[in-house]
Each structure stands twice: as C-alpha cells, then as structure tokens.
Design a protein. Structure first.
Length: 465
C-alpha cells in the first residue's frame, strides 16, 4: 500500500514538471515571432502651415542678421565682413586684414542666439593700401590725442624738471649737515643718492598727473625686479663697492701703512671702489678685493709707531744665566736705536740637551729706525757682548765624553787647544751699523699713489679707526 502511494506521488510530480516545461517553450516561441512592419503614413501637408513656418524662419533669420551686423559694426577691423543668414545658418564672406580678425568674426557669429552653424568664407586682404591706411589712421588719431594732451604733458615735464633741480639744490647743500666726518667720497655718494631719489619722485608724480597709474605700478615693480636681478648678477661688485665705502669711512689703514691681510703683506698704495692696492715688500703690486679686506684679519704694523723686536740666542749649560740676561739687557739699553720705555726684556724659554734658549726683546720707534736693520744689529751686539765676556754660545749638538786617565802630554794639548779657542779681537765689532728707516719702498709707494690720485679713496683726510 505504501509502495502504491509513493508511485502515484512520483507520477504526479513528473507530470507537473512536463507541463511547466511545455508552457515555457510555447511562451518563448510567441516572443520570437517578428511582427510585420507597419508602412509609414504620409502626413497631410497644409500649405498655409508651411507658409507660416517659412515666414517665422525668415523673421528669425532677419533678426539674427540684424544683431550680427550690429556687433560686427562695432569692430573697425571687421567692416569688410558681409554676413548672410539662411534658416539659422550664417555664412560670413568678405575680407579682413589678418587671421585673428577672421576668427573673431566667426566667434561673434556663433555667439548669436538662434544660430545653428557658421560657414566661414572670409578671405585675407593682401592689398597694400588697405593695410597701410588703418596704420596711418591710428597714427593720426594718436597724434591728435598727443596735441590735445600737450598742455598736460608740459606740466608733467615741468614737475619732473623741478624735482631734478630740487635734487641738485639739496645735494649741493648737504655739507651744511654735520655728519660727524669729513669724507668727500661719502659726500659724493650721498649727493648722487639724493639726486636719484628726487628724480624718481618727480617721474612718478609726472606719470600720476598723466593718469598713468598702472604704468607707475609697472615701473615700480620693474624697478624692484631689476634691482633683484642686478643684485644677484653683480653681487660681488656691489659687495666690494659697499666694503670700499665702509673702509673709507672706518679707515683701518692709511696710505703707506705696512699691513697684513690674512696671508698677504705689503704697504698700502690706494683704495678704490673695487680693490685695495698693496705693494709687497718685494716691490710687486697686490690687489685685494675690498670685501676680503673688510671681512679678513687685518694686522697694521704702522698704526702704532712703537714695535717690539725679538730674537733668541742659545747659551751653554754651564754659563751663568743671570749674568747672561743682565749683559744682554744692558747691551740693548745702550743701543741708540732701541727705546728705554718700555724696557727691554730677557726671558728664559727652555733648556735643551746642549744649550739654554733665551728670548731677548726690545722696543723701537718705527718713525726713527728701521725694524729689520735694528733687529739685525741687536742680535749682533748682544752675541758679541756675550762672547766678549767669555760665555759660550754653543751650537745645538750632542756631546759624547769618554772618561779615562789622561797623560801629561794630553793635558798639555788640551791647554793649548783651550788657549787657541780664546776669542780673538775682531776689527769690525766697534763699527756702528746703519739702522735708519728704509725709504726705498716708501718712494715707490708714493710714485704709484701719484698715478692713482683720481681714483684713490684715501687721498682725503678722515678720522682713523
């Protein structure tokens, strides 16, 4: 019984599935059938309606043509363009002077409301007379404007010239102001600066009178940009020029001074707007950029007339160092070229293997004596005084001594050798050496300065730093 029931249920389900499948296939076939096309039905054309629509289109074309002609008439360069409108299509014909005018005409036509498309048939006019005539007309118009504005131009020119005169007047009376220094070069720089400022003020006011406010802004902007460009391009030149002005004001040296800048030594010849000119101790010209001199380490030997000379002598280990120092100091005091104020000094520096090093120093007046000559003479006199006193000034050597019993003959030989080592009198010890100031280089410096007086910033007296 259960088997029969199960068989019936299965048969019913299979039958239902077959019916569903057949219904789906039938529906697909119905959708796949293509219906036959319906033939178009021609509308009945009413002549009255056609005439009415034609009249409306004609009115629109006339309106477009009127508006387009009015806009083209506003441009002098588009006077030769002939517009024609048909059913919203604009056809441009005629001639213009260049391609830009042709593109402008096409752009104006396309901007009109109701225009469907634009057909551009404009030709470029190559006639010489047509090209020259507008230029002549523009020139004539500008000339008439210039003639009309001539009174205002004269007033503006008068204002500019008045400011120029005022700048010169003020520059000529700057000497009435007491700046605390008397520097002709700095005065000339200030005068030029005042004149330039007044000139720029006059030009700006004149442009403002002419109504060229935009031009004033452009001029100021261009001047600022030009100043930045020139500052970057000529940075070193401007830096050297400014350093020259500051050196001229500060005056750390004077003509003929013996100076050392960093590692460069010489006597000052001149100072110009770009470089400081020195003459080396060998007589050669040395040009140092002013910026390097201003920022560098500068040693001036000539600013203080007193200068200390110093030298070192080696004394034997067995000698009385106090006696050596006193003898050297006495010798330096007795020299006419040395100064007694400050006093000479003798300092024991160090003790070596074979000698003791003593530093002797004394002061001299560079205005009266030469430094190198006096130092040379001081070394000679102190050395001679020490040797005359029987004191030893040994060479830096190492001694090797062998100790053994000596015979009588060796003692006799040693005594003879010691007697031979006794100092013999020297005929030139009493000759007084020349320690006068050496003016050889000063003469050359003066000769060179005579050729650069027009460009030398040190030719005028000024307070020294």
């Amino acid at each position: 019984m259960s088997v029969t029931c199960f068989t019936r249920q299965w048969s019913a389900a299979l039958l239902l599935f077959c019916c569903t499948t057949l219904s789906l296939l039938a529906s697909a076939q119905q959708h796949a059938i293509v219906e036959p096309e319906t033939p178009p039905v021609e509308a009945d054309l009413d002549p009255a309606l056609v005439a009415q629509e034609y009249a409306r289109t004609a009115r629109d074309d006339a309106r477009i043509a009127t508006r387009l002609s009015a806009r083209l008439a506003r441009h002098d360069d588009l006077q030769g363009v002939n517009p024609r409108v048909s059913a919203g299509v604009v056809v441009l014909s005629g001639t213009v002077l260049d391609a830009a005018d042709r593109e402008l005409a096409e752009l104006i036509a396309a901007s009109i409301e109701g225009v469907i498309s634009v057909q551009q048939r404009i030709a470029i006019n190559a006639s010489l007379s047509d090209r020259v005539s507008p230029a002549l007309a523009q020139s004539r118009e500008k000339l008439m404007r210039l003639i009309a504005a001539l009174p205002l131009l004269l007033v503006a020119a008068g204002v500019a010239l008045g400011f120029v005169w005022l700048g010169r007047w003020l520059a000529g009376r700057l000497h009435l102001l007491r700046w605390g220094i008397e520097n002709p070069y700095l005065d000339s720089v200030l005068r030029r600066g005042v004149q330039l400022v007044m000139l720029m003020a006059g030009v700006l006011i004149a442009l403002d009178l002419l109504g060229a406010t935009a031009l004033v802004g452009a001029v100021l902007g261009s001047a600022g940009i030009l100043g930045i460009i020139l500052g970057l391009a000529f940075k070193e030149i401007a830096e050297n020029h400014l350093a020259g002005v500051l050196l001229n004001v500060r005056r750390p040296f004077s003509p003929g001074d013996h100076i050392i800048v960093n590692e460069h030594e010489g006597k000052v010849i001149s100072l110009n707007s770009r470089a400081t000119v020195l003459m080396t101790l060998d007589g050669n010209h040395l040009r140092l950029p002013n910026a390097m001199v201003f920022k560098g380490v500068l040693l001036n030997y000539s600013r203080n007339p007193l200068r200390r000379l110093q030298f070192t002598l080696a004394i034997g280990l067995e000698q009385d160092l106090t006696a050596v120092r006193l003898l050297g100091l006495e010798t330096l005091r007795n020299m006419p070229a040395t100064s007694t104020e400050p006093e000479p000094q003798a300092i024991i520096r160090s003790v070596g293997d074979s000698s003791v090093l003593i530093d002797f120093s004394a002061w001299i007046d560079q205005r009266e004596v030469d430094f190198l000559k006096t130092r040379s003479e001081a070394i000679r006199q102190v050395k001679c005084a020490i040797e005359d006193a029987g004191m030893d000034t040994p060479e830096p050597i190492h001694r090797v001594q062998l100790i053994r019993a000596r015979t009588d003959s060796e003692d006799t030989d040693a005594a003879a050798a010691a007697k031979q080592r006794e100092r013999k009198p020297r005929p030139h010890d009493n000759i007084e050496a020349d320690v006068s100031v050496n003016h050889d280089l000063d003469v050359q410096v003066a000769r060179e300065r005579a050729t650069e007086l027009g460009q030398d910033l040190l030719q005028h007296a000024a307070p020294k730093e």
